[in-house]
Structure formats: C-alpha cells, structure tokens
Design a protein around this ligand. Structure first.
Ligand SMILES: [Ca+2]
Length: 337
C-alpha cells in the first residue's frame, strides 16, 4: 500500500481534547440545526489539522479541501464534518488495530447490494483469510467478529432494484425489526447513471431515514465506474452525490473514486476506466490495458495483494474496497460510538 497515511497522523486524532471536540461535532444523522452545520464547515472545526479527517489523511498531509470539485481525482476526505471514504482511505496498515476492535465491539451493520456492491464483502472475506481474524466478519458478530449482515433486506436488492424507492421502505422495515442495527449501507448497481432528479430522490430518502433513525449511521455511495469518463453522466451524478455529502456532513463511501486509482495512487480517471479496471493507456479513446492486472502482475500475490472474488472486476479492486470499508467501519466506531 502507499504508506502515506502514517500512523503518526492517527496519533493526532487520539489526543483527548480533539476527540472530545470531534465527538461533539460529528453526527451520523442529518443535523437538525443547519446553522450549526454551516458554522462547523465554515470554521473547518472538524479538520483542525488541516489535512486530517476521520476519513483519513490527505496525501502527503497537504490539505485538499480546496481541490477542484470536478472529476473523481481530488481527495475530499477533509471536508467539514463529512466523512468521505475514498482512494486515500485504502491504507489498511494506517488503521489502528484498536479502532478495528472498537468497530467489532460496537457496530451492527446492515448492507444491501447486488453484484458490484459485493466487491466490498467478497474483498472483506478474502482479507480475513489474507490477514487473519482481526478482520473477521459475519452476520451477528459471532466469535468476536464484526457484525455485518450481508443483504439482510427484503423487498429490495440495491438502490435501484426493483425501483428507486423500495430500498428505503425495506430499510425502515428492517430497522423496525432489528433496533440493534446502527449502520446501514446500500450500493448501486448501474443506476447511479440516472437523472439529477433521480439522484435527488436518493439523497432525500437517505436524509429522511437519518431524521427518523437518528441513532443509525447511513452510508451514502457513488456508483461504480462504467467507462464513460469524466464528462459522462455517471461522473456528473457521482459528483452530485459527493457535493451533497460534503455540504451536508454525510458519510460517503466513494465507490467510484476508490476504483479510479491503483494502490500507488496512480490516477486513471481521465483514461475512461471501467468497472473491470480497463483503461485507455494511449488516450486514443479505446481501452487497451487493465491497471489492476498490471499492478497484480508487478507485485507479489499473498504479500502485496490477495486473491478473492471480485464481481465484474479484478481481485485488486475488491482488495481496495475491503481496505476502505474497514477504514469506514473503524472511523464510524471511533467517532460515533
Ligand atoms: Ca487505447
């Protein structure tokens, strides 16, 4: 991994006074007090280190709050009181083990998804085999594992199947029956490539859930890459989701951003990458290479990366999804519970 998120940075978060402030500021639910949110963001109080945030550190410690908003390239981790999990959140070794343990002790996660979203869980399953029981998960948290309930919902498969509202109804039903759940995450299949109004519907349904279930953390997501590039509708819609999450202090797992960079931080977003990690090496408009396969072939399997199932994609992509997921769980646990 890129190793740029040194553990010394995490030491900063662990200072007691800072944590007290952050606990007070960070909320999983939509704030009922917009003026409070605005004051936090304008003062950047949740980002006192200027480059550190619950989502990780900006590369090289350089604040990137003011980075360009277009495209999938800029890191948006340091964004007011939002928690943005993206390609800068994939350094597994930067997550303190005690944060992992806190997640296993406190979180009860329900995750709805179809094939693309399964990259997270198949990656996490492979990670537990690769790195050991520290990263174990199962439904119910049996044996000290993380309690992650994979596809527990009835009546909806993902954020667009069978339609764009069923998942919210299904979520309410499940939460009412399982009040112990404190984290809910849903993934897209291809439906993030919709209209602005359809994405607004998604955002509003999520916000309504946050208001009605204030003790539950709801994780927003972008849609997987589809090869349409920076100017394609998918990226426009993903940016709509990103901007909303940054502006409103939400929790975002930026699925597309994570699969836009290799583990060394090399950016492929401007070379029409797709979900399989294919990209256009010569910028002639035709995808002819695969960054994940290239990286895997130039590194050692079982040491630098691990084999696992990765729907529609390569193992390395699911590796990165798993690392980022653990950053998500660990950060939610430490900041919220
Ligand atoms: Ca080409």
């Amino acid at each position: 991994m890129n190793g740029i998120q040194g553990t010394h940075m995490w030491g900063l978060y662990l200072s007691g006074a800072l944590l007290i402030v952050l606990f007070a500021l960070f909320s999983c639910s939509a704030s009922d007090d917009e003026s409070s949110v605005n004051s936090i963001q304008s003062g950047n109080a949740a980002n006192p280190q200027g480059g550190t945030s619950p989502g990780g550190t900006s590369q090289g410690g350089t604040p990137q709050v003011g980075a360009p908003q277009s495209g999938a390239s800029p890191s948006q981790n340091a964004s007011g009181n939002a928690l943005i999990i993206d390609h800068t959140s994939t350094d597994l070794d930067a997550i303190p083990p005690e944060w992992i343990e806190k997640a296993k002790e406190t979180l009860h996660i329900a995750y709805g998804h179809t094939s693309h979203g399964s990259q997270i869980t198949s990656g996490m399953e492979g990670l537990a085999s690769f790195k050991g029981s520290l990263y174990a998960y199962n439904s119910g948290g049996v044996g000290g594992a993380l309690d992650l309930r994979d596809q527990p919902f009835s009546g909806a498969s993902d954020l667009g199947d069978p339609d764009r509202t069923a998942w919210a109804i299904s979520t309410r039903s499940y939460l009412n029956q399982h009040p112990e759940i404190n984290v809910v995450m849903w993934a897209w299949c291809s439906q993030a490539d919709g209209t602005a109004e359809e994405i607004n519907l998604y955002l509003s349904l999520m916000s309504e859930l946050e208001k009605d279930y204030p003790d539950v953390c709801f994780v927003y997501m972008t849609g997987h890459l589809d090869g349409t590039g920076l100017t394609g509708n998918l990226n426009v819609r993903n940016n709509q989701i990103r901007q909303y999450c940054r502006a409103n202090g939400k929790i975002l797992y930026d699925f597309a951003d994570i699969e836009t960079y290799d583990p060394d931080g090399v950016y492929y977003g401007d070379r029409i990458p797709n979900d399989n990690c294919d990209y256009d090496s010569g910028r002639d408009g035709v995808r002819d290479a695969n960054w994940a396969i290239q990286w895997q072939n130039s590194h050692v399997e079982g040491v630098d990366w691990y084999s696992c199932y990765s729907a529609h994609s390569q193992p390395l992509n699911a590796n990165l999804k798993a690392y980022a997921a653990w950053r998500l769980w660990a950060t939610i646990a430490v900041w919220r519970f």
